[in-house]
Design a binder for this molecule. Sequence first.
Ligand code: UD1
Ligand code: CA
Length: 457
Amino acid sequence: MNQSKLHIVILAAGRGTRMRSSQPKVLQPLGGRPLLAHVLATARSLKPAATHVVIGHGADAVRARFADVSVNWVLQTEQRGTGHAVQQALPEIPDDARVLVLYGDVPLLTQDTLLTLIDVDGPALLSVVLPDPTGYGRIVRDEDGAVSAIVEHKDANPEQLAIDETNTGVLAARADRLKGWLSRVGSDNAQGEVYLTDVVGLAVEDGLTVEVVQATDPDEVAGVNDRRQLAAAERVLQRRAANALLDAGVTLIDPARFDQRGRMSVGEDVVIDVNVVFEGDVELGDGVEIGPNCVIRDARIGDGSVIHANTVIEDADIGPSCQIGPFARLRPGTVLVGDNRIGNFVETKKATLDQGAKAGHLAYLGDASIGKRVNVSAGVITCNYDGANKHRTVVGDDAFLGTDSQLVAPVTIGARAYIAAGSTITRNAPDDALTICRARGQKTIPGWRKPVKDSGK
Ligand code: UD1
Ligand code: CA
């Protein structure tokens, strides 16, 4: 169809009581983004002329969360049913538009399924056969198999309750027709609501055929009404993300123990072990290996780099052939140029390590620029904060920072400089020389006795 005539209406005004949350339901996170963000993304993929989102409960919070998204917000002050909700948006929609109704709490629908639905000329709805149809509206068909009505669970007779083909709620029809039908829909039903589903019966009364598209995958049309369903939807979403990576050639040791809460791009022969969480934008080069239990957010990891177990990386740019972890923490602003080694209990922040620089264990490198092939020994600390301001540490190429040295910033260590173990460096250290600064020379006290334990009087 001509999508310039497509108007999408997303219903998101309901309270979501069963979530037992102070947040509006459509703001609950799925794959790290609000439920509504998923529906909006699917809507956008259909390139509609406009998207109208009907909000009510928590309207301000929802609008604020999506302040940067261009949609038409429609306020439904009282939740008088799905038909009433659609009615609130219709005055803003031209008569000859095709209206597609989606739900803020049905986040897993795919573009393909919806395209089938909007390609139909007349009124169309999306149904699904469920092993347990409890709670859903039932698709009632006549003896020829044509749809005659939708009956809500609470209004259904025993014969209708036995029907296992249910209404997903998703529906498409021309705007002028919807306007006409909804003006005729009453609220004389078990819930006292204006049901959108009643337009189906009215369309049939008007002599139209209502086309039914059956969803083949019940997961795709699953609604999120409580935390169990939210958790189930999360698994479906993650399985889709895992499958996309497997199809792209990634080895996932266990696709069921993998979480992606953002976007990923991957090279060839990437291996990801269990329980790794990816957030934000993550780019993995060829041959990257990620060990178990890592958290990686907004990072680029270069070809052949290996991230060992229990490493946390955030907002970092990691070059090729690096070895990181286990138990490393790379904080925002970390840049590893390449061939770097960051070992256990090393923390970096706003730190650049040039080609081949290494920090094997127990170090803090903050606001620092570390030259090529520098060796950062265990216990090296950049003292970057004076209690008020942050200062930079600059270390020249091929310098050696001895064990347990503290570099009090601002300070510069020269190229090929040697800093003796245990030094507190407060002034610049020159190139090519050993700099040592210890409180006192080493002495041995003869006859010294070990303290004895109190006998507990
Ligand atoms: C609806 C359908 C039912 C279908 C089921 C699928 C109707 C009458 N029934 O039932 O046939 O099987 O979905 O999940 O449509 N909403 C508003 N304003 C309102 C009422 C609802 O915005 O006044 C929104 C809700 O936030 C929710 C959606 O519409 O996102 C569905 O409403 P809900 O009350 O959950 O409808 P169901 O009873 O589940
Ligand atoms: Ca519902």
